[in-house]
Design a protein around this ligand. Sequence first.
Ligand code: GLU
Length: 393
Amino acid sequence: MFTNSVNFATNIIISGINNNKLKNDKPEFSRITIKVGSNVITQSDGSLNDGRILRIVEDVAVLNKQGFEVILISSGAVAAGRGEVHPSKKTNIIAAKQVWAAIGQVKLMSSYQFLFGKYGIQAGQLLATKESFRDRRHYLNMKNCISAMLENHVLPIVNENDTISINELMFTDNDELSGLISSMMDCQSLIILSNVDGIYNGDPGLPGTELITRIDKDSENPEKYISSVKSGFGRGGMSTKCSVARKLATHGIDVFIANGTRDAIISDIVRGKPVPYTHFVAESKRETGVKKWLSHSDTFAKGAVIINSGAREALLGDKATSLLMIGITSVKGVFKSGDIVRIVDVDGHNIGLGKCQFDSKKTEQNIGKKLNKPFIHYDYLVINEKNKYNVQV
Ligand code: GLU
């Protein structure tokens, strides 16, 4: 079924590349993450929409052939498996989803491999879990793998490992995963494709409602326009997209939320064509190395320590300061040495987070003591500068 349409599309792409060289080769697009939601590539009955996958593949292929480094985050595994097996009454819904993902991920990747293969592009799979980001060694292994794939012109296609990521081990959704991968891989931009054009300043069905095209650090928080109602097969909603986008933009990555059911939307955005989308404009700050890993790990923290006012002042001051045992007043949760732990003040404000050098038991035993070894060394500590989030621990 694919072959004819692929040949047809290939012709269009080849002529497009020859005659229509990208005008806009702005550096911020040289390495891009593209996240494709389940709602983009599934039909109303939940089965995979092969025609739409083909359109996405041809769009990505254009960029790939132009030398852009693209990392694809694709949902759709569970949806792809759903029609294949009807689990028995004995199988609960969680196990059913695991079975669907086990079947569907293979189907999804076969489609991608076949279609990218038609354009001479080798695609490879990477399945991640929360643990892959929580543990720095896993994190670096994953980063090295994707770097090596890109170096060897293999297009990485990433999804959550839905067969083993259950409940609290799960990412909120693939929007969260796409943010983590974009940050880890130092991408300049992330394009999140769903089945709407972006964020609206009201109900899109009502007259006078407009698409918000640009959000920067001075814009009002767009969350107030977002309804929590979610439609379709994916786990994600506009709210997570928005919070992922705001966070990435703060860390120097441009984010576009756009409609993946529009043909050529990806290359149109990269070319700077006036297509509909919501653009979260990147701020200049970019973190690197350990600090970057930490600043994107706040949802993975294993526990927290409460600190006294002296430690709070020292950490929020201008000098780089480690967190010492003497500044800790209590411990929440169970953690091991090397885990990521949140730092919270007595009023419950989230001051920052870091990689601890003591487990929770030893920390409890040493609270308030003067030790030479800091609880968190400043090289492994990230302060929430805006200190604006209230966190319940
Ligand atoms: N990883 C899930 C899948 O492939 C989708 C998660 C999401 O919708 O964000 O089915």
